[in-house]
Design a protein around this ligand. Structure first.
Ligand code: ZN
Ligand code: ZN
Ligand code: ZN
Length: 131
């Protein structure tokens, strides 16, 4: 055989080695649907405040009329403001603690394309030339 034949055989052998590597070596391919995170974020109306950004909270306070004693005028009368309980309830509008007032929350959805794994392990061949 001529040296030219040897050269061709060498190239063919090398090609097989390269192909073998391409098919056996695995590489991690990030899922294009979730940028490799395994989940996608989605904005959703805050369930706690229905998107208002504020919530009404009821707070228990010591009745300022009777100072929490439930009695007024030296104990002669029952305090009408707190009906003798010594406590009053005040409603206050506060920034929604769940959404920090933005009215929406971000939820994570597991990526259905990669089942939350963020990608898959494929051969180099598949990664470069498509499976
Ligand atoms: Zn994905
Ligand atoms: Zn009172
Ligand atoms: Zn909220």
């Amino acid at each position: 055989m001529s040296s030219r034949t040897y050269a061709i055989l060498g190239i063919v052998a090398l090609a097989f080695v390269v192909l073998g590597i391409l098919f056996t070596v695995e590489t991690w391919v990030e899922c294009p649907h979730c940028d490799g995170r395994g989940y996608n974020t989605r904005k959703m109306t805050c369930p706690q405040c229905n998107g208002e950004g504020t919530v009404v909270v009821e707070k228990k306070q010591v009745c300022p009329t009777c100072d929490g004693t439930g009695r007024i005028l030296g104990g002669l009368f029952t305090c009408t403001r707190c009906k003798g309980t010594g406590w009053i309830y005040v409603t206050e509008i506060e920034t929604c603690p769940k959404c920090q007032g933005s009215g929406y929350v971000t939820v994570k959805d597991t990526c259905p394309y990669c089942n939350g794994r963020g990608g898959k392990s494929v051969s180099l061949w598949e990664a470069w030339f498509g499976g």
